[in-house]
Write a protein that binds this ligand. Sequence first.
Ligand SMILES: NC(=O)c1ccc[n+]([C@@H]2O[C@H](COP(=O)([O-])OP(=O)(O)OC[C@H]3O[C@@H](n4cnc5c(N)ncnc54)[C@H](O)[C@@H]3O)[C@@H](O)[C@H]2O)c1
Length: 359
Amino acid sequence: MSKIKVAVAGVGNCASALIQGVEYYKGVEDGANIPGLMHVDFGGYSIEDIEFVAAFEVNREKIGKDLSEAIFTDPNTCSRFADVPKLGVTVSPGPILDGVASYMRSPFKVYGKDRFRDVDVAGVLRDSGAEILINYLPVGSYNATRHYARAALEAGCAFINCIPEFIASDEVWSRRFEEKGLPIAGDDIKSQLGATILHRTLVKLCIDRGVFIDETYQLNIGGNTDFQNMTSEDRLKTKRISKTEAVTSLASYFMPTRIGPSDYVPFLNDKKVCYIYLKGRKFGDLPVKLTVKLEVEDSPNSAGVVIDVIRAVKLALDRGVAGPLISISSYAFKHPPIQVPDSEARMWVEDFISGKRSR
Ligand SMILES: NC(=O)c1ccc[n+]([C@@H]2O[C@H](COP(=O)([O-])OP(=O)(O)OC[C@H]3O[C@@H](n4cnc5c(N)ncnc54)[C@H](O)[C@@H]3O)[C@@H](O)[C@H]2O)c1
């Protein structure tokens, strides 16, 4: 199979986990059980078929470095679980736009215009031969996400939107990709075993067992820059919508629900702690209460899922499938064009891989 040429916008913790993950599992044989991947061989593509060819950042200490070094540069705190050899990809200065909140200029070490000039993103994508651009910008990057999405369209790249900006799930944007003959998957990546999937599972369990849910919340804390960036409610609107709809879409009635990032606790670094609470009524209108605490390494939690998404998008490129990829988006993202229970979405992806479903 041919290589899958991938570019990343934002070389933060998630990019670090993804790039390390690809290195960590290089050479794994088909049939091996890799925790967090649907398949080692995904429609004929293995993990080592993924090749990183371009990267964009605003951190002056990451720009100009080889991508293999930039992923371990401060303020990234993702665990180091793989040695990554030089990749031969120099990190480019991306346009800053609204990617950086005023209070994040210092933690993100944003470059000064006297030191770097932002590149023409579409030009760099074209020159690098990238086929897919992954969006890993901070939450709240409304204009910056659209700038990178437009550059992907201009350069003829598919787009994977890992953040809660509505692109794949927006009809106008997804049509733009369809018209250009390019696939798009999104929005807002789900983790392998994260707060969203766990909360969805608990809600589905209650619904399947006839428990009426009276109220539920999901509080999340963490110590990485993703959490630091999310301390301002201004940047959180779409994150709350994305995370809340992922849970409430499973119920056919109104459930008082509060979900979102709740605090930044610096010493947690890349560890995320999530508390889920649910109160309901069962037979005889008698109460049932459930409280769950989940602790995970945050960034690597979605890296395997993204590796599957990359390969699904590449299959779509090979097959000439354009526009929103319904099956992989429903399976792997919190705010897809169509919400279905996770077990159904997984079957859709299997059908997409085998060719029974077109998208
Ligand atoms: N951890 C997960 O599993 C998970 C799940 C769902 C969504 N996400 C989302 O993925 C995104 C990335 O997460 P992360 O943990 O890597 O965050 P991060 O803070 O570690 O990385 C974001 C990076 O983007 C860079 N950046 C800011 N503006 C930019 C611009 N205009 N152009 C290029 N780079 C820019 C920053 O310097 C930083 O390095 C976040 O929006 C996060 O909410 C992550």
